[in-house]
Design a protein around this ligand. Structure first.
Ligand code: SAH
Length: 332
């Protein structure tokens, strides 16, 4: 199945052969700048519009759409075909509109505290399916930022994720500093990304800064342990000049002790990284830290010279928050 964003510019030229020369640019801009579907391109002659709507209809079908936080958070569940479900979350703030996109249906990383990881892997998404998620969000609000932090591990689907980054950057016009790619720490992917010439913000899901605990929380750490990860991160920072983000889901009694803060600080400081603390969204067997604990944890980091912010949770009521995207829409 081909969606509108599966076509390259060249493919579109071919599809519009015999039409006036300006058509290709016109349709391309309508798709990327306005996020219009062919059926809505009233500027096109009727027969052409009909042909395009049947040949390049959206690849994703909405199976669920729900709102939270007074309508400032929207979560979509899409059927990407053959029962592959993916979720996308839009978060509107006074000064920005961020969309969180999925790069895979499911995830193979199997992190035990993450609902996506627990559901297993279904398939990689195509770049066109990733870009289309941004388009769906653009149809609702003027998207200013895109975070690759939904279902899946973007660097385990490297080529399609990067093709999507390029399309969102080049054709939707969102600058590299407004694009964030989050990874569990696939080291070869981080190295390649540093050389792409498109300095997106890199976020690394750290969650533990000693190998023993990290092996448990992020199984891929066995393949790419902390020392190797730190080296790849340092190279990313040196090559791109961008500040690194480290994500730390604060899990009660697991990684919220003062020793954990000390280890985190020792990892973050040499990298000049900013730490995002995410109070855990509870899943089976893992609990959120008590409020004072999270505040203490942050205070300790700051005393150790590490900048940390606590991420404000969005969409928990509709299972749209970090680690809750399971691809299983519950009945309304
Ligand atoms: N696979 C990539 C992209 C997903 S980003 C990655 O892991 O970075 C999703 C973020 O939410 C990651 O930082 C992940 O560790 C975090 N997360 C997963 N489960 C969570 C939970 N239950 N509570 C809070 N954050 C969680």
């Amino acid at each position: 199945m081909t969606g509108p964003y599966d076509l390259s510019r060249h493919d579109l030229d071919a599809l519009l052969q015999g039409e006036p020369a300006f058509r290709s640019r016109q349709v391309w801009d309508a798709l990327h700048k306005r996020a219009a579907w062919p059926a809505e391109m009233t500027e096109l002659p009727g027969p052409l519009r009909d042909r395009l709507s049947s040949e390049i209809a959206p690849a994703l079908t909405i199976v669920d759409r729900r709102l939270a936080d007074d309508g400032e958070t929207v979560k979509w569940a899409f059927d990407a075909g053959a029962g592959a479900l993916v979720e996308t979350v839009l978060m509107a703030y006074p000064d920005r509109v961020t969309v969180c996109v999925s790069t895979q249906a499911g995830c193979a990383m199997a992190c035990p505290f993450c609902a996506t990881g627990q559901g297993g892997f279904k398939r990689h998404l195509r770049a066109g399916e990733i870009v289309e998620q941004v388009a769906w969000a653009k149809r609702e609000r003027p998207v200013t930022h895109v975070v690759f932090m939904g279902m899946g591990e973007p660097l385990a689907n490297y080529d399609q994720s990067i093709a999507a980054v390029r399309r969102i950057h080049d054709d939707m016009g969102i600058s590299a500093r407004r694009l964030t790619l989050s990874t569990v720490g696939i080291v070869p992917g981080i190295r390649r990304l540093a050389d792409e010439g498109i300095p997106v913000t890199l976020a690394v899901s750290l969650h533990a800064a000693n190998d023993e605990l990290r092996n448990e929380l992020i199984p891929i750490n066995r393949r790419y342990p902390l020392a190797v990860l730190a080296e790849a991160c340092a190279r990313y920072v040196a090559t791109t000049g961008r500040r690194l983000s480290l994500e730390w889901a604060v899990i009660g009694g697991v990684n919220d002790r003062s020793q954990d803060a000390d280890e985190l600080a020792a990892f973050a400081r040499p990298l000049g990284a900013h730490v995002n603390l995410i109070p855990l969204n509870e899943t089976d067997g893992y609990h959120a830290p008590g409020r004072p604990r999270a505040a203490e944890f942050r205070a300790r980091l700051s005393a150790l010279g590490v900048n940390a912010t606590v991420r404000v949770t969005r969409g928990a009521a509709i299972a749209a928050a970090c680690g809750q995207l399971a691809g299983t829409p519950r009945p309304a």
